[in-house]
Design a protein around this ligand. Structure first.
Ligand SMILES: *Cc1c(COP(=O)(O)O)cnc(C)c1O
Length: 377
């Protein structure tokens, strides 16, 4: 707490049971961490080439296939380096010649920039839209990969995942689902590669990438690998594919991350799967946006209700209130990471509503904000 932070103590009966509302890394369920502690002796610090670790990797791959209801022929690939590394791997091993990128925030723009810098590819088509909205893809003959982002974590905008009409028959639809996975509905028929890191929607830790790949995507990986393109081994999706099929990674992964991701996927699957977890996020979104709509000092940043993310909410505050001060008071009361995305530069709070976050805690958070605002006034 800085010296300027007003000393406001929120009563204990108002505060959420868990005060983590960050959009990444995000709340890891305590039960998952306890399960890791119980399993640690036979798991952490053991070889990732042996059965106990490979068993967890298999559980993750199988659990994700179940969660995402993947049809036969789809496969889960994984490797080290998180989503950012996957973008580079895609530039080497998924894009044949030219991609199209929907750029509507920090993360979607970064993938476009990574591809723009690749000398072996044609310049990508980048379709932008202002913060708080999303563009739609445009089917074109010369595009072989469409880059969509299911949830733009920096702005709190979600978009439907659908194959663009007019796309050529073997074009790939690639979807960044780092914050969408597990919380937003998904139809595998509409995407060829649904990729993510597990520290947001999946309530685990960072450092890993995972990708649900369609047969068309797997064929693309094989075809590019067989061409003469130079691909660094750590970015080589064919090497990742071969290792994934053996429930391994090319080099040593973070074993705790894998374990925590399995815990979250199995927790969702045992509670009713994606329908259950998406409904839970719908409920959180209804509470939070409903509260913001009613408040005279706050409003959802995203104007179009259908674009308002059900996993990351951005709430604007009017000029009489400083959102950073509000976030600082919340932080001093152990309600953390509600600060706005810094580069967006708005007077707002950004609040995660991932499946791990209890809708009752979202409700409690709104009461805490009301309480603090009453006292700041
Ligand atoms: C956080 C985030 C990323 C970056 O993930 P890293 O694992 O840190 O590389 C990419 N895309 C989206 C949508 C994100 O939210």
């Amino acid at each position: 707490m800085s010296d300027e932070t007003p000393d406001i103590r929120i009563p204990a009966d108002l505060v959420p049971r868990d005060g983590r509302f960050g959009s990444g890394p995000s709340k890891v369920r305590t039960e998952a961490v306890e399960a890791l502690a119980r399993a640690a002796d036979g798991y952490l610090g053991t070889s990732h080439r042996q059965a106990s670790v490979r068993f967890q990797v298999a559980a993750l791959r199988n659990g994700l296939s179940e969660l995402l209801a993947l049809p036969d022929g789809y496969e889960i690939l994984l490797g080290n380096g998180g989503t950012t590394l996957f973008w580079d791997a895609a530039a080497f091993g998924l894009i044949e010649r030219r991609s199209q990128h929907l750029s509507f925030g920090e993360f979607s723009a970064k993938f476009a920039a990574a591809v723009q810098a690749a000398p072996h590819l044609a310049g990508p088509e980048v379709i932008e839209s202002p913060a708080g909205t999303h563009p739609d893809p445009l089917g074109r003959d010369d595009i072989d990969l469409y880059a969509l982002t299911q949830n733009e974590t920096s702005t709190g905008v979600m978009m439907p995942v659908t194959r663009p009409s007019g796309a050529s028959a073997d074009a790939l639809v690639a979807v960044d689902a780092t914050s969408g996975v597990g919380g937003l509905r998904f139809d595998p028929a509409e995407a060829d590669v649904y990729y993510f890191a597990p520290q947001k929607g999946l309530a685990a830790d960072g450092g890993l990438w995972l990708a649900a790949c369609s047969p068309r995507c797997l064929a693309r990986i094989e075809r590019i690998a067989a061409s003469h393109r130079w691909i660094p081994a750590s970015l080589d999706l064919k090497i990742a594919l071969d290792n994934s099929r053996k429930d391994q990674t090319y080099n040593t992964p973070a074993l705790a991350t894998i374990f925590l991701a399995v815990q979250q996927v199995e927790w969702i699957n045992s509670n009713g799967g994606l329908d259950w977890s998406a409904a839970r996020c719908d409920r959180s979104a209804e509470i939070l946006y409903g509260w913001a709509d009613k408040a005279d000092f706050a409003a959802p940043f995203v104007a179009e209700p259908a674009d308002r993310s059900h996993v990351v909410a951005t709430i604007d505050f009017d000029g009489s209130l400083d959102a950073l001060t509000l976030a600082a008071v919340l932080r001093a009361n152990a309600i953390v990471d509600t600060e706005p995305y810094r580069k967006l530069g708005r007077n707002q709070l950004r609040i995660a509503m991932f499946p791990a976050i209890d809708p009752a805690d979202i409700e409690a958070l709104t009461h805490c904000i009301d309480y603090v605002i009453d006292r700041l006034a």
